[in-house]
Structures are given as structure tokens and as C-alpha cells.
Design a protein around this ligand. Sequence first.
Ligand SMILES: Nc1ncnc2c1ncn2[C@@H]1O[C@H](COP(=O)(O)OP(=O)(O)O)[C@@H](O)[C@H]1O
Ligand SMILES: [Mg+2]
Length: 208
Amino acid sequence: MKTVAILSQKGGAGKTTITLHLAVAAQLARHIPVVIDLDPQASSAGWKDGRRSETPVVVSVPASRLTQALDAARAGAADLVLIDTAPHSGEVALAAAEAADLVLIPCRAGILDLKAIATTARIVKLGGKRAYVVLNAVPPRAPHVIADARAAVAVHGLDVAPIALQQRAAYAHALTVGQTAQEYEPEGKGGEDIAQLYHWLQGELGRA
Ligand SMILES: Nc1ncnc2c1ncn2[C@@H]1O[C@H](COP(=O)(O)OP(=O)(O)O)[C@@H](O)[C@H]1O
Ligand SMILES: [Mg+2]
């Protein structure tokens, strides 16, 4: 079982969006994903409430129950656990990073918030895990954005994932109806980008 923590000390960066889209990508690849939602706002769990499908499993637990939730996922034969987290809670983010094989840090490229990245980077360093910034909601036709962001986060000792997610209405619309972009718009570009991100993640987890 591999565990990925999705962290960002900034709200609205795309933690829940990326968590749920990767979970469904795993599902589509016939893996057994489990989402552990540590955010007291429980957005991932709320998405599951509005979903018709039984899968992926989403459990909402306080951070103090993370170990038990991971044990339950393992006992349930999960092969990928995605931990969604709340912003502004360094202690919980650290616990998630420590439990993970790999950390993903969603970050909006347009308003690259270096202060928030610096805080998240410090937490990740404490957790001692490999971490990648995933640029999210990148405007279309802005090829310089990724290069600029790579330079900006390198200052904090972080790498940028080679796959960035663009700003696409399908990501937001899909989640409001208990789906993800792959399901909501099966031929859409959003699903394609997620498939690529998932493929890259699998490669990284193989090395983790
Ligand atoms: N790539 C994207 N394109 C369009 N909307 C996005 C994208 N990523 C996130 N959003 C929207 O931005 C808002 C915040 O995203 P969310 O995943 O909830 O962030 P977080 O969990 O980090 O607070 C949501 O309304 C979501 O639908
Ligand atoms: Mg969230």
C-alpha cells in the first residue's frame, strides 16, 4: 500500500480537487484507492455523500485517528491511500507527511503564494518525505508559468511535478455532482491531464 499526502497551508489551492481526481483515476486503473479526509470541513467526505458509486471509499477522521484509518485501509486491501488535509494546521500536515511515501503540494500558479509554499516546504522537510508541487489552475497558453514556478519553488528545495493542471470548469462542475472530470466529461482534456498526472504519480511511487 502506498500513501500520498496532499498538503498545502493555503486554502483553495486544489487539495480536495486533486485528491478526488487521483482517487477516481486509481479506481479507473482497477486499483483500490482510499481517501482519508483529515479536513474538519470534510469536503472530500461531502463529495462522497453526493456520489452514486460505492467507490472510492472516503473516510473522514480526526488527525488523532490517522494511524487507525491507515490500518483499516491496509486491512481492506487498499493499494493507494490519498490523505486530504486542511490548510492552516501545521501539526496535522506534519502527521500526514510522516505517514506518507510521497507528498503532493497543490499550488495555484497564477497567484503563486510563496509565503504559503515556504510554510508547507518547512513542514515537508520536517516529515522527511519526497515532495512535489503540483501547479493547479494554470491559465491556458502560458508556457512560461511552469518554468517560472519551478525557479520560484526551487528556492524552497522543492520540485515541480511535470504535469500541471489547467483551469477547467469540468473539475469544479464534476465535484458538485459527486463525480470527477473523467466521469463528467469522459472525452475532456481535464480527464486526460489527470490520467497523465496519475501515470506520473505511479512512476514516482514505484521509486518511493
Ligand atoms: N484546476 C482547476 N480548475 C478549475 N477550478 C478549480 C481547479 N482546481 C480547483 N478548482 C476550484 O477551486 C476551489 C478550491 O479547490 P479545492 O480543491 O477545494 O481546494 P482546497 O482543498 O485546497 O481548499 C473549488 O471550488 C474547486 O472546484
Ligand atoms: Mg479541501
